[in-house]
Design a protein around this ligand. Structure first.
Ligand SMILES: Cc1cc2nc3c(=O)[nH]c(=O)nc-3n(C[C@H](O)[C@H](O)[C@H](O)COP(=O)(O)OP(=O)(O)OC[C@H]3O[C@@H](n4cnc5c(N)ncnc54)[C@H](O)[C@@H]3O)c2cc1C
Length: 268
């Protein structure tokens, strides 16, 4: 249960930021779905819903997702449906249920850098940056590794528009459960980009696997079953796969091989 001592709903980002740095424990509210899971005393709760951050905008070279955009908005966006085989919508559609997806936000998710996140894995396979209100713009890869150096507000996510083909795959024990493993793969011309998340650690690039596939494809112009098998062995070895209640490290390694093969076959 949340125990909120003072609640404010500022009308601008600057006002929200001033509240955020005004006292220790000041907490931004996104969709509140994750915050609500635990018991927490919040001295000052800052509701971002009036700060104009709920939007999906298409610019000449980019698409911007405001921090208060919900997964429901992502799922039903006509703009996002036109790019990257609609990977962002596909990455969130199996998360719990409609009510939850209509609550949870892009900002709460990306700022928190959850290891189990499906959405972050899909974002990471695209050319994505995050804009923090005070600290500016960072590549998503850098942000996932380093987080924010100081309290800040994630204002928006910026995705470069290009013609990459993208696929999202995840394995769940049952519908609505967290993924045991997820994987996103993009093909940009003749190059492949691969991200694996819910390992259960944070989404990470499979750099060696990418290099192997890119070299093989450049030389042979095809990816034979043998190459896919080798790529599976590489991905299982290069990333760390942990064990938890959903699956063992060994099981996750096997899943990585299968999801990779399926994703490549689909994108090719
Ligand atoms: C029951 C349940 C099951 C879930 N299952 C899945 C799943 O299977 N796959 C999956 O990918 N996700 C899953 N999620 C996570 C969900 O998708 C969201 O990532 C999560 O709820 C956070 O979003 P929120 O808007 O609720 O954030 P909140 O709970 O509002 O906030 C989370 C944290 O982010 C901070 N914050 C919020 N907005 C901002 C901002 N703009 N800038 C900086 N900090 C901010 C808050 O202060 C807080 O610390 C699940 C969540 C729940 C509750």
């Amino acid at each position: 249960m949340l125990n909120i001592q003072e609640y404010v709903a500022p009308n601008s980002l600057e006002e929200a930021y001033q509240y955020l740095i005004s006292q220790k424990g000041a907490t931004l509210l996104g969709g509140c779905a994750y915050l609500n899971l635990g018991t927490r005393n919040i001295p000052l709760a800052i509701d971002l819903s009036r700060t104009g951050l709920s939007y999906i905008r298409e610019n000449e070279d980019t698409i911007e997702l405001g921090a208060m955009t919900t997964f429901g908005d992502v799922e039903h966006s006509a703009i996002l449906a036109r790019y990257f085989n609609n990977i962002l919508a596909l990455s969130v559609r199996d998360i719990v249920g409609i009510q939850l997806r209509n609550l949870v936000t892009v900002g709460g998710t990306v700022y928190s850098r959850y290891g189990f996140s499906d959405f972050i894995t899909a974002l990471h396979v695209l050319d994505t940056q995050v804009k923090l209100y005070k600290q500016g713009i960072f590549d998503l890869e850098y942000f996932l590794e380093n987080g924010s150096k100081e309290p800040d507000i994630l204002e928006k996510v910026i995705i470069k528009k290009d013609n990459r083909q993208a696929v999202f795959k995840a394995m769940r024990n049952s519908r609505g459960d967290y993924a045991i493993l997820n994987l996103a793969l993009a093909r940009i011309g003749d190059k492949f980009r691969i991200v694996v998340g819910a390992r259960p650690g944070r989404a990470a690039l499979a750099l060696n696997t990418m290099e192997y596939l890119n070299n093989e494809y450049a030389q042979k112009r095809e990816l034979s079953p043998e190459i896919l098998k080798n790529a599976g062995e590489i991905i299982a070895e290069e990333l760390s796969f942990g064990s938890n209640g959903r699956g063992s490290s060994e099981y996750r390694k096997e899943l990585a091989k299968v999801l990779l093969r399926k994703a490549i076959q689909e994108v090719i």
